[in-house]
Write a protein of this length. Structure first.
Length: 57
């Protein structure tokens, strides 16, 4: 079992032909946000941070 402080450490994974990378998110965070599978999200770069938020029409 992982040590608690290492629980949210993730690896980037090459997707498809290698033009993008994938990242898994902890299910606890997804549940707290109320997100579901196939939900659309917006990914933004803010300095050296990534912001992921629910997509609004």
């Amino acid at each position: 079992m992982r040590v608690l402080k290492e629980k949210n450490i993730r690896k980037l994974t090459k997707m498809g032909a290698g033009f993008s990378m994938g990242l898994t998110l902890p299910i606890e965070i997804i549940d707290k946000l109320g997100w579901k599978e196939h939900q659309k999200v917006v990914v933004k770069l803010s300095g050296k941070k990534i912001i992921i938020q629910d997509w609004q029409k």
